[in-house]
Design a protein around this ligand. Structure first.
Ligand code: NAP
Length: 328
């Protein structure tokens, strides 16, 4: 049986608390599947949870693992599982948050089939950012008469929201830095730079149309939304984003809404309605670099790690590598 590795931490803290542990391929329970992970996304939530910021909302037992979103190959299925076969490519989420690993064991309802046309890294990036962005955009019931401003519009969640809002027919004004202006224009959004003078830039981009909605992923734009005349009930603050993200982060493995939303998103990607952008795709061993990229908060799309599915088992055994030296 092939061995692998997983990341763990033994107490709340930063990325320096993470270390690799070896992992023997698990055996599934009756309603579970064991999946060999090919790609797994990073989310800010991983860090908040690891730091203990969500100790009330997300109970942690040590040693703890991390990682919610993944894509991979079914390697074993429980005795009651009929809907998936061994060798099938799938994507989804791990309700136990242990997807930064070679193998993950999840309830069969936590995954959906991955179409061949959807690349591994896109499939592995999809779950938390996709369900969060989809739910927030849907809650606004946007249409062609809407002009919506989105902060962090090129980020992991924002770039999905921007495209879904465009699909709904809205005029999208995306806030981003210099490097992401071209990208936002390429998805049909109007791009505006954050920083001094932002309100006027948004007014110019709106060309006389009223701003009817505002999705604030980045946080801190409430006063700006008010100054722009955005109706209070159509301002989505960062706190709301947090609530939606937590809801999907904590979703059980048999959540019907998750399956519907994931199914819609996969369909949109497979039919070119949505392009999930990959900001960085790192080898699993380079998780610290991947975390550092995400921490800079200048990603364009999602940051992921890819597991070495072809590496010999011996290369993993006995490893317990500290990522960073603990502070002296
Ligand atoms: N409230 C919560 O609990 C919660 C949960 C998850 C995430 N978050 C926060 O939500 C934000 C977005 O997360 P994400 O994963 O979607 O994005 P992300 O992948 O971290 O991307 C960050 C984006 O923020 C943009 N940005 C940087 N400075 C900005 C500013 N002053 N105004 C507007 N945008 C700015 C960057 O654009 P440029 O590189 O072009 O500047 C980049 O595209 C993060 O800041 C994260 O900390 C909050």
């Amino acid at each position: 049986m092939r061995a692998g590795k997983a990341v763990e931490y033994d107490r709340f803290g930063g990325a320096e608390e993470l270390h690799f542990v070896e992992q023997v391929r698990p055996t599934p329970g009756p309603d579970e599947v064991v999946i060999e992970v090919v790609a797994a996304a990073l989310n800010h939530m991983d860090e908040y949870v690891r730091r203990g910021d969500f100790a009330d909302e997300v109970p942690i037992a040590f040693p703890a693992r991390q990682g919610s979103c993944f894509a991979g190959i079914v390697r074993a299925r429980g005795s009651a599982v009929r809907s998936l076969s061994v060798g099938q490519a799938v994507l989804g989420h791990d309700p136990r948050h242990a997807a930064h690993a070679s193998y993950v064991t999840v309830p069969v309802g936590a995954v959906v089939p991955k179409p061949e046309s959807v690349p591994w890294e896109v499939a592995g990036a999809l779950y938390l950012a996709g369900t969060t962005g989809y739910t927030i955009v849907q809650s606004l019931r946007l249409g062609p008469d809407d002009t919506v401003v989105i902060s962090a519009a090129a980020g992991g969640v924002g770039h999905i929201e921007a495209q879904l809002a465009r699909l709904a027919g809205a005029l999208v004004i995306g806030i981003a830095g210099e490097d992401n202006q071209d990208y936002l224009r390429s998805i049909g959004a109007k791009a505006v730079l954050h920083g001094e003078g932002l309100e006027q830039r948004i007014r110019d981009a709106a060309q006389g149309r009223p701003v009817t909605a505002f999705i604030d992923n980045y946080a801190g734009y409430e006063d700006l939304a008010e100054a722009l005349g955005v109706p209070r009930q159509r301002f989505v603050p960062s706190a709301k984003r947090r609530e939606v993200e937590l809801r999907f982060y904590n979703a059980p493995g048999d959540d019907p809404e998750v399956r519907i939303v994931l199914g819609d998103l996969v369909e949109l990607i497979a039919t070119w309605g949505l392009r999930v952008l990959i900001s960085g795709f790192y080898a699993f061993d380079q998780l610290p670099e991947a975390i550092a990229e995400l921490d800079q908060r200048h990603s364009r799309g999602k940051v992921l790690v890819g597991m070495h599915t072809s590496a010999p088992a011996s290369s993993y055994l006995g490893q317990r590598t500290r990522f960073f030296k603990p502070a002296a």
